[in-house]
Design a protein around this ligand. Structure first.
Ligand SMILES: [Fe+2]
Ligand SMILES: [Fe+2]
Length: 365
């Protein structure tokens, strides 16, 4: 009498334990030991005893019976191959190499960028300290007076070390409520300074306040063709007679000392490239210092402008005293000077700096 076929459920049970045995690395149903493993797994899981002969019959039946069809998906979405092929990877490496070379070249040009002065004789740069034009404490009468002095003095250029406006963003937006000037008025004041005041701009640096949302200053510089740099610039003035002067201007220099306002500047002078002038703003206090490095053989100035924020509630709360002078620093270059120390002179009083420049220019006529 032929053996009756096994029931579907038994075949499926055998298939399940064969799969487990295969996961353990056995070819269940192949050798006797594989059949043992799948049977032992069944016995362990169910607690039911199973004679080896019976289990072998189950395994044989499962091997001979094709598995039921997998359920068919109603939708099949074509897979996307996101991997780069070797040709694509090579093209990417080529592109990255070309891009790096270009950026390296731009970085080189930016370091000690050459600025050719077309005007003969001495010139001056008035470094406007942090203007913060929309702040309640901005000393507008002084700022206007200084702008007028710059435009009225032959050979004087304007520059700023940044923080043109408060430009509150993010969590600091609540501070708009503490100032009389709206965002719209603040933009108008920046535009006045950068365009309407008629200043002969040499360079504008972005300070931390400007960098929070630099769109306004960027667009103003683009419109008026003003040279803009983010935070710092290192450039070289080339005068008509061939003399050159290096300037390292930065919103601030790294390094701080409670006893030396120019500590970060001095660090830059000693630890980076030589320049005739290291100038910054940011901390809302001013200082000037001229020195000669005997070992390295160069004469240099360290300068910090105070800026125009003359009423500062925040500083008052911290117990800081407010300086009354040095809002801007004027640097006067005399390319015809006989000595290095006379080649560049700096002034904490804009009017005196302007007068000195005018005197130098008049003297050579
Ligand atoms: Fe700042
Ligand atoms: Fe500032």
């Amino acid at each position: 009498m032929p053996t009756p076929p096994l029931k579907k459920e038994k075949i499926e049970t055998a298939r399940k334990y064969i799969t487990q045995a295969r996961l353990l690395g056995f070819e269940a149903g192949g050798t006797p030991s594989d059949v043992m493993v799948s049977r032992d797994a069944y016995v362990t899981a169910t607690g039911k005893k199973m004679p080896l002969r019976t289990w072998r019959a189950w395994v044989t039946a499962a091997d001979k019976t094709p598995p039921p069809d997998e359920p068919t998906d109603l939708v099949q979405i074509e897979p996307i191959n996101q991997e780069w092929d070797s040709e694509g990877r090579q093209a990417l490496v080529d592109h990255m190499s070309t891009r790096f070379k270009r950026r390296e070249e731009i970085a080189k040009q930016r370091t000690w960028r050459k600025v050719y002065i077309k005007k003969e004789g001495p010139i001056g740069i008035c470094w406007l300290g942090d203007p913060h034009v929309d702040d309640n404490g901005c000393n507008w009468p002084m700022l206007r007076e200084h702008c007028e002095l710059i435009t009225a003095t032959e050979g004087m250029f304007a520059a700023t070390v940044g923080d043109l406006s408060n430009n509150w963003i993010g969590r600091l937006q609540r501070l708009w409520a503490d100032q009389d000037t709206s965002k719209e008025s603040a933009r108008a004041l920046v535009k006045w300074l950068m365009h309407d005041a008629g200043l002969p701009w040499l360079i504008v640096l972005l300070g931390n306040h400007d960098a929070w949302d630099p769109e306004l200053v960027r667009s103003m510089c683009e419109t008026n063709k003003i040279w803009l740099e983010d935070w710092q610039a290192r450039f070289e003035l080339h005068f008509p007679g061939g003399r050159t002067s290096r300037i390292h201007a930065s919103h601030n220099f790294k390094g701080h000392s409670m006893w030396n306002t120019l500590h970060g500047h001095q660090k830059a002078a000693h630890m980076s490239s030589e320049a005739h002038l290291y100038i910054a703003g940011h901390t809302h206090n001013w200082a000037l210092h001229q020195e000669e490095s005997a070992s390295r053989g160069f004469v240099y100035w360290l300068a910090r402008c105070r800026g125009y924020k003359f009423i500062d509630d925040f500083a008052d709360k911290l117990g800081h005293f407010s300086q009354a002078e040095g809002a801007s620093i004027v640097s006067v270059f005399n390319p015809e000077a006989k000595t290095e120390s006379a080649f560049l002179q700096c002034f904490s009083d804009v009017e005196v700096g302007a007068d000195y420049l005018t005197w130098l220019r008049t003297k050579r006529k």
